[in-house]
Design a protein around this ligand. Structure first.
Ligand SMILES: Nc1ncnc2c1ncn2[C@@H]1O[C@H](COP(=O)(O)OP(=O)(O)O)[C@@H](O)[C@H]1O
Ligand SMILES: [Mg+2]
Length: 314
């Protein structure tokens, strides 16, 4: 497939790519090769951008390392764009399935701290990830040490080159962790609150990491479902037509606030970590989720330094 690497036939699938595993022949380093499914101009630009960010952040302990630039290689009988990166053990979702119960609170707190610090780091470079979920955080597991690494910057956004983001019907961000304020189309690229969406996702991931995937997933599905129903009811049109049906930002903002207050009681309930065997930790995590993921972004901790101080104090 690619000169210098022996690559296995088997692969893992994301929405935009196939990821094959293999080794670099020169030193037997385990590698993962990401092939883009699409090769039109727009998809290629995104793929190059994702690779460029990884290379720019190269050497950061919590960012997956890309070993090559984007190239073109044969996969099956097609020619596809690819890049090679370090191979990590698994994604967060798989880690939850396998090691979730055996790992201590301490380990989980360390994972959470690293995820928050890494988000802060990419934001300081003016990138927003926009697609943080269990499939895009990879786990490096060496001996007993577990290091989360952010990957898949395929939806990332460079805030130094702002464009209008709330184009009708064009929402970025992974489905389940789509921040409500983005779903209602009230945040533009020049709004400093835009970065907040990554922390919204991180807060929800804290729940995933401590409560377990399944319950949280149910909660997130219900939440997104309720946004869809609200949009439909408010406009009398299918929810995916909401942004074009509701042209006025002011009106969308009113919708959003109304939706938030209708859902906030359920959200506050979901913020609890009652099942944890450590009450003090449960209380802190609960505050962290509220600070990061409050449905109403006006009520989140908007100062990233303050948020980091809180996280580091857990
Ligand atoms: N470097 C890697 N090491 C190990 N597994 C990986 C690596 N990169 C991706 N994967 C696996 O492949 C899946 C899809 O990769 P991803 O980059 O998220 O593709 P997509 O852009 O299509 O979402 C991940 O969830 C993970 O399970
Ligand atoms: Mg992905």
């Amino acid at each position: 497939m690619i000169a210098g690497y022996s690559v296995e036939e088997g692969f893992e699938e994301g929405s935009y790519a196939w990821v094959h595993f293999g080794v670099r022949e020169s030193d037997n380093a385990p590698v993962a090769v990401k092939f883009a499914r699409e090769s039109d101009q727009k998809s290629l630009e995104r793929f190059m951008f994702e690779n460029r960010i990884l290379r720019e952040l190269d050497g950061h302990p919590n960012i997956v390392r890309a070993y090559t630039e984007v190239g073109k290689a044969t996969r099956g009988n097609a020619h596809k764009h690819y890049y090679v990166m370090e191979r990590l053990k698994c994604n967060l979702s798989k880690w939850l399935d396998t090691a979730f119960t055996s790992d201590s609170y301490e380990v989980k707190v360390a994972i959470v701290k690293q995820i928050y610090a890494t988000i802060k780091m990419i934001h300081d470079k003016n990138y927003v990830h926009r697609d943080l979920h269990e499939g895009n955080i990879l786990m490096d597991i060496v001996g007993g040490a577990i290091t989360p690494k952010l990957s898949d910057f395929g939806s990332a956004y460079d805030l130094s080159r702002p464009k209008k983001l709330t184009k009708p019907n064009k929402l970025m961000w992974g489905d389940l962790l789509l921040p409500p304020e983005i779903a209602f189309g009230i945040i533009d690229a020049d709004d400093p609150n835009y970065k907040n969406g990554d922390y919204y996702a991180a807060g929800m991931l804290v729940k995933v990491i401590f409560i377990g995937g399944f319950d949280t997933e149910g909660f997130l599905c219900t939440l997104q479902g309720s946004i869809q129903r609200f949009k439909q009811k408010a406009t009398g049109q299918m929810s995916d037509r909401y942004l074009s049906a509701r042209k006025s930002r002011e009106q969308r903002y009113q919708d959003y606030l109304e939706w938030c207050s209708a859902e906030s009681a359920k959200f506050n309930d979901a913020c609890k970590f009652d099942d944890l065997e450590d009450d003090e930790l449960a209380a802190k995590l609960s505050v962290l989720v509220e600070k990061s993921s409050n449905l109403d972004y006006n009520q989140r901790e908007n100062n990233p330094d303050e948020l980091m101080r809180f996280v580091n104090g857990i």
